[in-house]
Design a protein around this ligand. Structure first.
Ligand code: SF4
Length: 198
């Protein structure tokens, strides 16, 4: 760990009613203010929308943030969005962490506001803890061969090789036995057609 003094900003998304109707986002924001190394907390109506992203970038500049935690939806959707957002504000994109308080809280505990809020606070605290351990990453691009190696000529290996070939890749299929087909090739009949397996 470096000697860098952490300055973490936490952004709590309401997602309209998607999150705020179940999770008490104000309470989550108040809770986040008390977490170690957190110097700014902002509640956003829609964090991924332009106004929300502008609030993130303004807070990075205003509070000199060196880590950002976004409590919103699954990273599958908006991790690239927020990485670009913080990068535009001059922060390394890998110094951003997310807490999923929508799919993991408001959506799955929609009849339990109190429980969903407690869980959201736990997820935010965990994300803040992780954020403090993030280190900046550089992206590098290297040329790679487009060919694929499949080891094992059983049913799974054959199918994988065919699908890779259909995708336009050159495929090398390696089988240690004298023929392909694996266990399947040793079967006399297969259910339900009772055909020969080969
Ligand atoms: S960041 Fe995710 S949770 Fe927030 S408004 Fe956008 S889609 Fe909804």
């Amino acid at each position: 760990m470096s000697d860098e003094i952490l300055r973490i900003g936490v952004f709590v998304c309401e997602c309209g009613h998607n999150i705020a109707a179940t999770v008490d986002t104000e309470e989550v924001a108040r809770f986040a203010e008390e977490l170690p190394n957190v110097v700014a907390v902002v509640q956003n109506r829609y964090t991924c929308a332009d106004p929300g992203q502008q609030e993130i970038q303004s807070a990075i500049a205003e509070h000199n943030l060196n880590r950002v935690v976004i409590a919103s939806c699954t990273p599958k959707i908006h991790e690239p969005t927020f990485r670009n957002c913080v990068a535009e504000a001059g922060l390394n994109p890998y110094l951003m962490e997310m807490a999923n308080i929508r799919e993991h809280c408001s959506w799955v505990h929609m009849k339990d506001r109190e429980g969903a809020t407690v869980k959201a606070k736990d997820l935010v605290a965990s994300a803040v803890g992780r954020a403090g351990r993030l280190v900046a990453q550089d992206e590098k691009t290297f040329p790679v061969t487009d060919a694929a190696l499949v080891i094992g000529g059983g049913v799974a290996g054959i199918q994988s090789a065919l699908e890779l070939a259909d995708g336009g890749h050159q495929v090398y299929l390696i089988e240690r036995g004298p023929s392909i087909g694996g266990i399947m090739s040793a079967l006399d009949k297969t259910f339900p057609t009772m055909d020969c397996s080969i």
